[in-house]
Design a protein around this ligand. Structure first.
Ligand SMILES: Cc1cc2nc3c(=O)[nH]c(=O)nc-3n(C[C@H](O)[C@H](O)[C@H](O)COP(=O)(O)O)c2cc1C
Length: 727
């Protein structure tokens, strides 16, 4: 399977440096605690930064015999080195107001000393430092390739921070954490590289000279009257070195945040000054940003970033492994020109190949000549009569990587034989363009002179094997083939649960009925999930959107004259048993944080909403229900649930439309137009619109919503506010 150049680079960089990255991240995690623990020490004196340098010096002069220097660190702790009146040298944290010692300077704890050495040089001196610098750079490159991969996944760079859809734990958190830690990672890695280069003197040396100033007369050495000492406060300075002797050539050396001053000890005049050059400033800020000194917030961010890097290594490798396991080695026994059946696969993360392989093996088992390849390898096929395309969709409705060239190839490649084709789209309803790329491929084949459809496009949500088997059985039937597509052995078997029928409301005038079934095993489910039912002696399953009413599942079913599943369910009586399995459909769960929700459905599509509006936890939102059916009589079956919800204030509005009412024909779209003020208000306030029912209704409703949004809000419909579950 082809893999994108960016994903490959990301992976190669990770493989080449993962051990060092783990070490750097582990040590980084430990080191992040050092600035936090230092900052929590009580040595920062309140308002000290406003105290003038002259007062500080005078206070110190009164208290000590000699002052060697004072320094102010990133935590605003002031250290003084002095000779006491008893003639002893001491170095300690100082209260500048009283000139008294407030604590001993903090010694670096052995754990931090050890970890710093490991982090900086792996105990390998210069070689280690060079390795660490290179690893830092590799991690920086990984952050850049990571940004490109996320942008590709989200559809574009501008959607970088838009919602990430959760399909798989590792993938989801790899992307989610990536989005928020990539900037700190870039800062940490770049500063790491800078500090390494600085250490190896690879950076140009500073040439900034001290600029001498004209000196005037000498007066008495009274620092209190020195103008510069009166104007500078402790907040302005990083440190002061006191003159070593009375010699006029010995100066006060004052380090400010951007320059260094030499000050005459007799008259307070600035003898010379040197501006910090770019290198000095960059080194200073690299240290601050890389170590988190002086800021608890930044240190915590560094801590979280280091932990995230460890998670990236774990989740990245486990994703690569899954992808590798998904990847099949294509062992074709027939070549492209001798095979009757051609299977072409479009896959980004490999799972579609697994389905393609099942089909491939099933056809081989029937003695058919089959050739399997990727969509990007589309070419001429001399003997082929059938073309089967299985493709996923990636990004925002885009082609997966190994299908990028198909659109061009199909137009440029002549085909001698007529191919009967069928397209299967693998996608997820959680994305707004469900199976969008498969739709495009189907469209391209429809327009192709040498292609005729054997089946209409079939879309599969969430890699459902049941759905795939349904399609394979239907396709095989159309070809008179006794195809046996078997679930792979290592694939987790569907969890079949036994259920008992506890309520049933018989057929209404629309041939619809309600069933409430109770699971006889403890299982978790929510309104909006899907129930897959395979009637006895049948192989094809049928899926229904469910409503959760207390501990039972509510199903709303339309009986079709020849519908195997609907007739099977219609024949069930109270206390009868049935087996089924629940498939999570998180994309159609009730939104947790929306303030307003509009639920739109027609016919039996109301089932998940009946569950949602009876949920006792439903308190946070204002909810409106639009429902369309044939006649008022069709509605009666649901009215008890809706009346109760209305009474319990779980519904703030119910709008019904009947297509065969006594008066005018009315569809949900018409009801939405009548309530366009309400609809536009909900859209404006980022409320959520949920749609469940027929695809035709969904298309009509989306058009109406688009119209309302453009007309009332002057903006295209924000598809992020729409959740659909329509077939
Ligand atoms: C980043 C990302 C973007 C996706 N975008 C879409 C999409 O726009 N439409 C859709 O129907 N499915 C989308 N999907 C779902 C995949 O198409 C689906 O999971 C498919 O089964 C994956 O098959 P593959 O592993 O062969 O690529 C997306 C999945 C991911 C991870």
């Amino acid at each position: 399977m082809t893999i994108s150049i960016w994903r490959l680079s990301h992976l190669i960089l990770a493989i080449s440096s993962s051990l060092f990255i783990i070490l750097a991240a582990l040590t980084g995690t430990i080191l992040a605690f050092e600035p936090i623990s230092n900052k929590l020490e009580p040595f920062a004196v309140k308002n000290a930064s406003a105290l003038s340098l002259s007062s500080t010096i005078e206070n110190l002069k009164n208290e000590y015999d000699e002052i060697i220097n004072i320094e102010i660190d990133k935590n605003n702790f002031i250290t003084a080195s002095v000779v006491t009146k008893q003639g002893q040298s001491d170095s300690f944290y100082l209260n500048p107001f009283t000139a008294k010692k407030i604590g001993n300077t903090i010694e670096k704890a052995p754990i931090f000393r050890f970890t710093t050495n490991l982090h900086r040089s792996l105990f390998l001196k210069s070689t280690g430092r060079a390795i660490v610098g290179i690893v830092s750079f590799v991690l920086f490159l990984m952050a850049i390739t990571g940004i490109i991969l996320i942008a590709k996944r989200q559809g574009s760079l501008k959607d970088f921070f838009s919602k990430t859809i959760k399909e798989d734990f590792n993938q989801y958190y790899h992307v989610l954490l990536g989005k928020y830690t990539l900037i700190p990672i870039i800062i940490v890695t770049l500063t790491g590289v800078f500090l390494s280069l600085e250490r190896f003197s690879f950076l140009p040396e500073s040439k900034t000279p001290h600029i001498k100033q004209q000196q005037t007369s000498i007066s008495t050495p009274n620092t209190e009257s020195f103008n510069i000492f009166n104007t500078l406060t402790l907040g302005d300075i990083k440190g002061v070195e006191f003159p070593f002797s009375d010699d006029i050539e010995d100066y006060f050396i004052i380090k400010l945040h951007d320059k260094e001053l030499y000050v005459n000890q007799y008259n307070g005049q600035i003898v010379s000054e040197k501006l910090d050059n770019f290198k000095a400033l960059a080194t200073h800020w690299s240290l601050v940003l890389h170590t988190g000194q002086g800021s608890i917030l930044w240190s915590i961010l560094l801590l979280l970033t280091s932990i995230s890097i460890l998670f990236f290594v774990y989740s990245g490798f486990s994703m690569a492994l899954t992808r590798k396991n998904n990847t099949i080695k294509i062992k074709n026994t027939f070549n492209k020109n001798s095979a009757e059946y051609i299977i072409l696969v479009g896959s980004e993360t490999g799972s579609t190949f697994k389905f393609a392989k099942l089909l491939f093996n099933a056809l081989l088992a029937l003695g058919k000549s089959v050739y399997i390849s990727e969509l990007n390898q589309y070419t001429t096929y001399k003997k082929a009569t059938n073309l089967l395309v299985l493709t996923s969709t990636y990004g925002e409705g885009n082609a997966p990587d190994n299908a990028k060239y198909f659109e061009k190839l199909i137009q440029d490649t002549p085909q001698e034989n007529t191919l009967q084709y069928a397209v299967v789209g693998f996608g997820s309803l959680a994305y707004k363009g469900f199976c969008k790329y498969a739709i495009l491929v189907d469209g391209l084949l429809q327009q192709h002179k040498k292609c005729t459809p054997s089946l209409t496009l079939h879309k599969i949500n969430n890699k459902s094997f049941t759905e795939f088997k349904n399609w394979a059985d239907t396709w095989a039937k159309s070809k008179n083939l006794a195809l046996q597509v078997n679930q792979p052995k290592n694939e987790p078997k569907q969890k079949i649960t036994p259920f008992k029928v506890v309520t049933r409301i018989n057929l209404n005038s629309d041939y619809s009925f309600l069933l409430e079934i109770q699971p006889l095993k403890k299982i978790a489910f929510k309104s909006g999930d899907l129930l897959s039912i395979t009637p006895k002696n049948e192989t094809v399953a049928r899926q229904y959107s469910i409503g959760k009413t207390g501990k039972t599942i509510l199903l709303s079913i339309k009986k079709h004259e020849f519908g195997v599943c609907s007739n099977y369910l219609n024949n069930l009586k109270l206390n009868d048993m049935l087996s089924a399995n629940i498939e999570q459909n998180t994309a159609f769960h009730f939104p947790k944080s929306a303030k307003e929700v509009i639920m739109i459905s027609n016919g039996t599509g109301i089932a998940p909403f009946l569950g949602m509006i009876t949920d006792e936890n439903l308190k946070h939102s204002k909810n409106y229900l639009f429902w369309g059916g044939r006649t008022n009589a069709s509605y009666k079956m649901y009215s008890k649930y809706i009346d109760d919800a209305f009474y319990n204030k779980k519904l703030s509005g119910v709008y019904l439309s009947f297509s065969q009412g006594e008066s005018q024909k009315k569809y949900v779209q018409n009801a939405l137009m009548e309530k366009e003020d309400l609809v536009s208000k909900v859209l404006k306030n980022n409320g959520i619109v949920m749609i469940c029912g027929s695809v035709a209704m969904q298309n009509g409703v989306l058009k109406t919503l688009e119209h309302i949004s453009r007309d009332k809000l002057n903006t295209p419909l924000n598809m992020k506010l729409i959740k659909t579950d329509c077939y």
